[in-house]
Design a binder for this molecule. Structure first.
Ligand code: F6P
Length: 276
């Protein structure tokens, strides 16, 4: 069974997904399982990735943030995909991504069952970041080509922070924490997890979509976003938490389960964990 085959399929699809975005910026009359209005691009990217991944011999199941149920497609790895993370950025033409988690246990399962995780970032250029076997590597992706541009290690001296959610909806501990780190770090928040985490991987710092007063489990989904991104950041030398434990240790009982997400330099994540 080959994890590389799965990652190659995602890399090959990335330039196609990117080139199909311009005509798919409008909302359609459907909601995904998490209650968000879908864009034509969400549905199209999901169908493209679903078809391609289901055709890979080493894929046993396909789960997507855009589909209600896990689809069994054979024997092999269980692949969870957020086809267009941050797709609301499409209207304003800001960056977005694709997130992929490759699990070796029936879904839903914890992040400890991940054998690889990756994201594609549709920024000024298309990059793909892959975590496997304890390290994280960045690639530049162009049609027919995935070029290794080096291993990623979180800088020891952090520079940036980005937190999602409305400030009045944050619990007091989160607000206190942000007030403190405002004096230490620069704010970088763009509204797409992949793009915001990429800043943290590049410059060091912390990204969080915390628990909210109105929704204690926050906004992001553990299987499609929280666990894969934690796997990537931890493999790059950083840390993750849901407020109590590593995101990789969170028990997952529902496919579309939400979780607070903190990822970044260990010291910053520890301090936030101690405050909430
Ligand atoms: O899960 C979707 C998502 O777009 C994430 O990529 C991003 O971090 C978050 O939602 C942005 O939410 P908000 O619009 O509340 O800042």
């Amino acid at each position: 069974m080959s994890v590389s085959e799965i990652l190659d399929v995602v890399a090959t699809a990335a330039p196609e997904i990117r080139s199909g975005l311009p005509g798919r910026r409008t909302k359609i009359d459907e909601q995904n399982r998490s209650g968000e209005r879908q864009l034509a691009a969400d549905v199209w990217a999901d169908e493209l990735l679903g078809d391609r991944l289901a055709a890979v011999d080493s894929v046993g199941a396909y789960a997507s943030e855009e589909r209600d149920e896990v689809e069994n497609v054979g024997d092999g790895y269980l692949v969870a995909v957020d086809p267009l993370d941050g797709s609301s950025n499409l209207r304003s033409n800001n960056p977005m991504g694709t997130v992929v988690g490759v699990y070796d246990d029936d879904l839903p399962t914890t992040g400890r069952s991940l054998v690889a995780a990756a994201f594609v970032l549709y920024g000024p250029i298309t990059t793909m970041v892959v975590a496997r076997d304890g390290s994280t590597t960045e690639y530049v992706v162009e049609a027919g080509d995935r070029r290794d541009v080096g291993e990623i290690a979180l800088p020891e001296e952090p520079t940036v922070y980005g937190f999602g959610g409305r400030v009045p909806d944050w619990p007091a501990g989160v607000a206190d924490y942000v007030e403190t780190i405002e004096g230490e770090l620069k704010l970088r928040y763009g509204g797409a997890m992949i793009a915001d985490v990429s800043q943290v991987l590049t410059y060091g710092g912390i990204f969080a979509y915390p628990m909210l007063q109105s929704r204690s489990s926050g906004k992001l989904r553990i299987l499609f976003e929280g666990a894969p991104i934690a796997y990537i950041v931890e493999s790059a030398g950083g840390s993750s938490s849901d407020g109590t434990r590593s995101l990789l240790d969170v028990e997952v009982t529902e496919v579309h389960q939400r979780t607070p997400v903190f990822v970044g330099n260990a010291d910053l994540v520890d301090r936030l964990e101690a405050t909430v």
